[in-house]
Each structure stands twice: as structure tokens, then as C-alpha cells.
Design a protein around this ligand. Structure first.
Ligand code: BTN
Length: 245
């Protein structure tokens, strides 16, 4: 994958999208050292203190059905988890659909955005925000209990560009596997890092058991009366058990 580093951008997601619309081939990643208007999932903003964290978006043009596009978000979370684990020597886990956790705290978030043309994927922009050198005081007070960074977990600073290149190398290898064999391996690989397998979770006041993820990345939950439900939307209405250490 190729990497372009911008000093400052409102959102790398938008820069990558503009390039993709103008025909940029897949495999380009745009990174910003200072991202001033980062976007998160479900309409949230993504806060990233200047020069400290990784904010990058990559352009992919997969030959997949539109329904399979969310699997690329899961794939990116696997790539981020593998990169973190190789760097800090600690287990990185996944929270459905795309969050990466260390010690039960969020260290990275992924924003996959697909653009379709006549029921075909034209391109997918995979946005990755990884907390690298941020301190707790860099986060808004209401998030400080539930987040972490590479620096916070091992007590030293990390080279941002080097971390980005390590991540892109992992993504290249995982995406290469998708191109060769399709998406079938993604849910299985994702499940090996799932933080909440068999966990009890709450949705609209009702308790369920987390059973697994489906072939398309949908979450499978079972009610106490044995009914299975498939959830394809983001995590906003789910309350998961606290895994913080
Ligand atoms: C989440 O809410 O968990 C997803 C966060 C995704 C943030 C990344 S940072 C790089 C890219 N540019 C953005 O504006 N958002 C994504």
C-alpha cells in the first residue's frame, strides 16, 4: 500500500473519498498528522490530538457484493489488532463490529464507508483511528475511563509513520488473502479475538447472549427464550459487559 502524509486535514476520510471519485486506484492510504474534524461511527466525532495519533484512510476497490463490504471493516480491525499485538506484545481484542480493545479499553476505531454504483461496489474507504501517543488528558473527560493508547499501555512513545507502515503491511497481506480466496475467512479470524463471546449483553432493556457473527459480519444474539436475532447496525443500542482491567 502507498502512503501519503498530510500535515493537516479536516478528515482523511473525505480526502480519500475525493481521490477515489477522481479514479485513484486501490491501495492508497492518506494519513493526517493533525486531523481537525475526524468522523466516527454513528455520527460521532473522532477526537485526535495533533501529532499524537494515527488517523488514516485507505482506498480499496474490492470485487465483492455490496453486502460483503462491512466485512472489510472487520478485516481492518483484525489488521489493527495484529499490528498492536506485534508492537506491544499484549493481546488486542475486538468488540463488535470494529473496535479494537487493549485491557478492555478502546484503542482504535474503524470507519468503513462504501460507495456503490448500480449495485456494485465502486470503492470502499476504510478509516482507521489508532490512539498511539495520546495521554488520558488528551481525551474528553467522559471518555477517559474507557480508552487507552499504545503509549498508555506500555509507557513509551511510538513512531507514528513507522506504526502506519506496519499497519499498511498487515492490511496488504490480509487484503491480498481476500483477493485470492474471498471473504469467507474473515468472520472466523475475527472471532478468535472477540472480546465478548458468550457474554450477556443488554439491548433495549432485554438481556441476550452473544452467540457469534454470521458470514456477512452480522452479530448473532440469543434471547433467554431461545430466539436468535441478527443485528447488522452499529453498536449504539447495545450494552456490553465491562472488561476493563
Ligand atoms: C469509531 O467511531 O470508532 C471510528 C473512528 C474512525 C476514525 C478514523 S481517523 C481516520 C479516518 N478519518 C475520519 O474522519 N475518521 C476515520
Amino acid at each position: 500500500m502507498r502512503l501519503i502524509i498530510h500535515q493537516e486535514a479536516e478528515s482523511t476520510q473525505d480526502l480519500a473519498r475525493e481521490l477515489a471519485i477522481r479514479g485513484e486506484p486501490e491501495g492508497l492510504a492518506i494519513m493526517a498528522l493533525n486531523q481537525t474534524k475526524g468522523r466516527g461511527t454513528t455520527g460521532h466525532s473522532w477526537v485526535s490530538p495533533p501529532g499524537k495519533n494515527l488517523a488514516l484512510s485507505m482506498i480499496l476497490r474490492p470485487r465483492l457484493a455490496p453486502e460483503e463490504a462491512p466485512l472489510l471493516g472487520l478485516l481492518a480491525s483484525i489488521g489493527v489488532a495484529e499490528t498492536i499485538e506485534a508492537g506491544i506484545g499484549r493481546r488486542a481484542q475486538l468488540k463488535w463490529p470494529n473496535d479494537v480493545l487493549v485491557d478492555g479499553r478502546k484503542i482504535a476505531g474503524i470507519l468503513p464507508e462504501a460507495s456503490l454504483n448500480n449495485r456494485e461496489i465502486s470503492f470502499v474507504i476504510i478509516g482507521i483511528g489508532l490512539n498511539v501517543n495520546s495521554e488520558l488528558s488528551d481525551f474528553p473527560p467522559d471518555l477517559r475511563d474507557s480508552v487507552t493508547s499504545l503509549r498508555l499501555s506500555v509507557g513509551r512513545d511510538w513512531d507514528l509513520e513507522g506504526t502506519a507502515r506496519d499497519l499498511l503491511e498487515r492490511m496488504e497481506s490480509l487484503y491480498g488473502r481476500v483477493k485470492r480466496e474471498g471473504c469467507g475467512f474473515i468472520p472466523q479470524l475475527w472471532a478468535t479475538r472477540w472480546a465478548h463471546g458468550d457474554a450477556r449483553l443488554c439491548r433495549n432493556g432485554v438481556t441476550y447472549t452473544a452467540e457469534g457473527i454470521d458470514a456477512d459480519g452480522a452479530l448473532l444474539i440469543r434471547s433467554d427464550s431461545g430466539e436468535m436475532h441478527r443485528l447488522t447496525s452499529g453498536p449504539s443500542e447495545l450494552v456490553w459487559p465491562d472488561l476493563r482491567k
